[in-house]
Design a protein around this ligand. Structure first.
Ligand SMILES: *Cc1c(COP(=O)(O)O)cnc(C)c1O
Length: 388
């Protein structure tokens, strides 16, 4: 299916709603029946019945069709956050006594789930360096049921060889889950490499305007139906119709936004690489990136998020850099219209700062939709402040 067809037409039946270009927001909690037997069928199979909007909703349905098609998946579920998608995907594939192999440095709330929630139910985990597939094999135990991946991650951008990990997992009947938030399905489709479940925070590029929190989980119809009938309905964190509508709207411009951000990111990186106060730029599509060859092989693009190490000698200097910026906002998240920055020093106590630790001097930058010069001039303001 053409991406343009998926984003502009697929899943939409305009004859159902006055030929309106934009789909309606079916803001209803429940649906009425004429026949008892139809209601009975709804009770038996909520996965295919308009019954109650915690389950299916027509606006959400349009979004599900588009997102599953983008992922090259049979089906998907859309949650009220990426964190809910993560939680449901893992919960659906473990029971007491099971073990998870996860790459290290995963999204903070995935870590919380592994470290604080799942151990209460006797589900254990091992973190590995996922850059080498051998590490998955070495950490696999007889009770391992899930490999949890995030490729690239959103700070240091380490990758996993998705095809190789999926192959290994299949040999051991292990379910693979990959957080694909960095790439979106436009730049990487884990399911095509044999990954069982691909998820993303739709809060980032899919929404694209910093006004919705949502998450997507894609996989086989069998797996998605099973998750719908248990975790999805039970957690009750399905996306609401208005937010689904905002994501449909976000999807219309996703390719245009990504290609613009890709171009601007390259300009910003070229600037950073010649800036004397930058020690290093970390970005998967940079030739110096240790996994550059793998990135080029399994990703169709890379943009927006990058990290640079600034030559600061004190915590105050890292703070001065960020606080001198006039346009680039200091905030979590990314994928919206606005450029953002987070200093690594914000993740450590002030008196624990060590200039010898490059992580304390790193700046995680998100390049938004502004003009490249506008962003670069702002960064220059930060560097000028450091030069005093
Ligand atoms: C933001 C993010 C999430 C969580 O998504 P929410 O929509 O904030 O719940 C998961 N993984 C990655 C890589 C993220 O950046």
């Amino acid at each position: 299916m053409d991406i343009s067809y998926i984003l502009n037409e697929y899943g939409e039946d305009r004859d159902d709603y006055f030929r309106a270009i934009a789909p309606p927001i079916i803001q209803t909690s429940n649906f009425a029946f004429n026949k008892v037997d139809d209601l009975r069928k709804g009770f038996e199979d909520e996965y295919s019945t308009w019954l109650y909007s915690r389950g299916l909703n027509p606006t959400v349905e349009i979004l599900r069709k588009k997102l599953a098609a983008l992922d090259g998946a049979e089906d998907c579920l859309v949650f009220n956050s990426g964190a809910a998608a993560i939680f449901a995907s893992v919960l659906a594939n473990v029971k007491s006594g099971d073990h998870i192999v996860s790459v290290k440095g995963v999204y903070s709330w995935a870590k919380k789930m592994f470290e604080e929630i799942l151990p209460r139910f006797n589900v254990t985990h091992t973190y590995i360096d996922g850059t080498d597939v051998q590490n998955f094999a070495a950490a696999t135990l007889p009770n391992t049921t899930v490999y949890y991946l995030e490729s690239p991650n959103s700070w240091s951008f380490e990758l996993q060889d998705l095809k190789a990990v999926a192959q290994l997992a299949k040999q051991h009947k292990i379910i693979t889950i990959c957080d694909n938030s960095y790439c979106t399905p436009l730049y990487q489709r884990p399911i095509e490499y044999g990954i069982d479940l691909s998820l993303q925070s739709a809060t980032k590029y899919i929404g694209g305007h910093s006004d919705v929190v949502a998450g997507v989980l894609s996989g086989s119809r069998k797996m998605i139906e099973r998750i719908f009938n248990s975790e999805y309905m039970n957690i009750g964190s399905g996306i609401q119709p208005f937010n689904a509508w905002l994501l449909i709207r976000g999807l219309r411009t996703l390719p245009a936004r990504l290609s613009r951000i890709t171009q601007t990111t390259n300009e910003v990186i070229a600037y950073l690489q010649q800036q004397p106060l930058v020690e290093k730029v970390i970005f998967p599509f940079d030739e110096a990136f240790p996994q550059y060859a793998l990135a080029k092989q399994q990703m169709q693009g890379a943009c927006g998020l990058l990290t640079f190490i600034v030559k600061a000698s004190t915590v105050e200097e890292t703070e001065l850099f960020c606080e001198s910026l006039k346009h680039i906002l200091m905030a979590v998240s990314w994928g919206g219209h606005e450029s953002l920055i987070i200093p690594g020093s914000a993740a450590v106590k002030r008196d624990a700062f060590s200039a010898a630790n490059a992580n304390h001097r790193m700046m995680r930058l998100y390049v938004g939709l502004e003009e490249a010069d506008y962003i670069i001039n702002d960064l220059q303001r930060g560097f000028a402040a450091l030069q005093g």
